[in-house]
Design a protein around this ligand. Structure first.
Ligand code: UD1
Ligand code: UDP
Length: 385
C-alpha cells in the first residue's frame, strides 16, 4: 500500500472531520472527482483519498485529468481478477487503513466491487458510509451482474444515500431506507462533464481518426458488461460488423475495454476490417469529442447513458434493462434488449430513416444540473454540525 504524504499539520487535523473517499474504476473516478474538488475547495473537512486501483490503465488518465492526488493506492488489480479477489483484497487493505486513519465518514460511489468493499469495511468498523449515486435499480438481481446486487447491498450498509433522481429516491423508499437519510442531489457525472468539456482540442491521434472518417456516419461502440459475456456480446459484435461491412458510408470506432474477454471478442470478430477502428480506451477529453462527433452511440455503459442528454447524442443501449430509465424517458436512448435480430433491425431502421437520430437534441439532463457535488457537500456540512 502506498503511504500517505503528511501535508496537514497535527493541529489542523484535529479541527476538521476526516472523510475517506474511495474509488477504483474509471466511472468512479469521474463521478467522485467533482465531490473531492468541492470538499477541498471549502477546506472544511480533511480528506483521505484512496484508490483501490481495481483498474490501472483505465483509471490513471482520469486521476491525472481531474488532478486527484491519492493519499493511498491499494493496488489490487491483477489480470483476470475475480470478483471475490477484488472484494477480499480491498476490504482487507481498507481495514488496516481505517485502523490507521480513523475517518468519521467513508464515501463510496456507484456499484462496483470497490464500492461494496468500502461499504462493508465501513459498516464492520462502525464508521458511517455515504453512498453517491444511490437508488439505481433494474429490479433484476442478476442484471447487471454483479452491479445490481452491489448497489442493493451498499444501500443496506450505508447511512447516507445521495440519490441522483427522484425515481432513485423512490426505489430506496420501497426498500425501507429511511426518508431522512436520502438526499436527491443529481448525478455528479454532469458536474464532471461540464468541467472537462471543451477544455482542450482532441489529441492528434483522435483528430487524425476524425479526419480519416470525415463524412461517414460514425458509430461509436463501448461494451464491457459481464452479464453479456459469451453469447450476447459476440452476437452484437457480429451484427454491428455486418452492418458496417454492408454500408460503405458508415464506420465504427470501438475504444476497447481492457477486460480480457472483451479484448478477445473484439479482436476475433472485428479485427482487421475496413472502416472498423479498434482503439485503446480514450481519456475523457477525447472520448467526449468522439461522442460529440458520432452519428449513433451503441453502448452498455452506465455513464454514457447519463452523458448523452447533455451532449444530445442518440444511444442504443446494448442491454435488456437499464437502471437509468430517465435516459429513455427523455428520448435520447433506446433499449435494444437481448435479441441480436432486434439490434440489426434498429440499425437498419435508423440508417434508412434516421429521423430519431436526427431528432435527438440537447435536452435538460434528467440526471443532474451540474450542481450535484455542491449539494452533496452542503449536506455533509449540515450533517457535521
Ligand atoms: C468494472 C466494474 C463495472 C464497471 C467497469 C467500468 C465490478 C464488478 N465491475 O468492470 O461495474 O462498469 O469496471 O469500466 O466492479 N483490466 C486491465 N486494466 C484496467 C482495467 C481492467 O487490464 O485498467 C482488465 C484486468 O484483466 C481485470 C479485468 O480487466 O482483471 C476486469 O476488470 P474488473 O474491474 O474486474 O471488471 P470490469 O469488467 O472492468
Ligand atoms: N469513457 C472514456 N473513455 C473511453 C470510454 C468511456 O472516458 O474510452 C467514459 C465515458 O464517457 C463515461 C465513463 O467512461 O463517463 C463510463 O465508464 P464505463 O463504461 O467503463 O463504466 P460504467 O459507466 O458502465 O460503469
Amino acid at each position: 500500500m502506498a503511504e500517505k504524504s503528511n501535508e496537514n499539520s497535527d493541529s489542523d487535523k484535529q479541527k476538521r472531520a476526516k472523510i475517506l473517499v474511495l474509488f477504483g474504476t474509471r466511472p468512479e473516478a469521474i463521478k467522485c472527482a467533482p465531490v473531492i474538488q468541492e470538499i477541498n475547495r471549502r477546506e472544511l473537512f480533511e480528506t483521505v483519498i484512496v484508490s483501490s486501483s481495481q483498474h490501472r490503465d483505465l483509471l490513471l488518465p482520469f486521476v491525472d485529468i481531474f488532478g486527484l492526488s491519492l493519499d493511498y493506492d491499494l493496488r489490487v488489480m491483477t489480470a483476470n481478477q475475480t470478483l471475490n479477489q477484488i472484494l477480499a483484497k480491498t476490504i482487507s487493505e481498507l481495514d488496516t487503513l481505517l485502523d490507521k486513519e480513523s475517518p468519521q465518514l467513508i464515501m463510496v460511489q456507484g456499484d462496483t466491487s470497490t464500492t461494496l468493499s468500502g461499504a462493508i469495511a465501513g459498516f464492520n468498523r462502525d464508521i458511517p458510509v455515504a453512498h453517491i449515486e444511490a437508488g439505481l435499480r433494474t429490479g433484476n438481481l442478476r442484471s447487471p451482474f454483479p452491479e445490481e446486487m452491489n448497489r442493493r447491498l451498499t444501500s443496506k450498509l450505508a447511512t447516507f444515500h445521495f440519490a441522483p433522481t427522484t425515481q432513485n429516491r423512490q426505489n430506496l423508499l420501497r426498500e425501507m431506507v429511511s426518508e431522512k437519510e436520502i438526499f436527491v442531489t443529481g448525478n455528479t457525472i454532469v458536474d464532471a462533464l461540464n468541467s472537462i468539456r471543451g477544455k482542450r482540442e482532441p489529441s492528434s491521434p483522435l483528430q487524425n481518426l476524425l479526419d480519416k472518417t470525415a463524412g461517414k456516419k460514425r458509430l461509436l461502440l463501448t461494451t464491457h458488461r459481464r452479464e453479456s459475456f459469451r453469447k450476447a456480446m459476440r452476437e452484437n459484435l457480429e451484427v454491428i460488423r455486418d452492418f458496417v461491412k454492408a454500408r460503405k458510408d458508415t464506420c465504427l470506432v470501438f475504444p476497447v475495454h481492457p477486460n480480457p474477454y472483451v479484448l478477445s471478442a473484439a479482436n476475433d470478430i472485428l479485427g482487421g476490417l475496413e472502416r472498423i477502428f479498434l482503439i485503446n480506451p480514450l481519456d475523457y477529453i477525447d472520448f467526449i469529442a468522439l461522442m460529440e462527433n458520432s452519428w449513433l452511440i451503441l453502448s452498455d455503459s452506465g455513464g454514457i447513458q447519463e452523458e448523452a442528454p447533455t451532449l444530445g447524442k442518440p444511444v442504443l443501449i446494448l442491454r435488456e434493462n437499464t437502471e437509468r430509465p430517465e435516459a429513455v424517458q427523455c428520448g435520447v436512448a433506446k433499449l435494444v434488449g437481448g435479441k441480436p435480430g432486434v439490434l440489426a433491425a434498429m440499425l437498419d431502421h435508423n440508417y434508412l430513416a434516421d429521423s430519431w437520430v436526427k431528432s435527438v437534441g440537447k435536452v435538460q439532463n434528467p440526471f443532474g444540473d451540474g450542481k450535484a457535488s455542491r449539494r452533496i457537500v452542503d449536506i455533509l456540512e449540515t450533517l457535521a454540525k
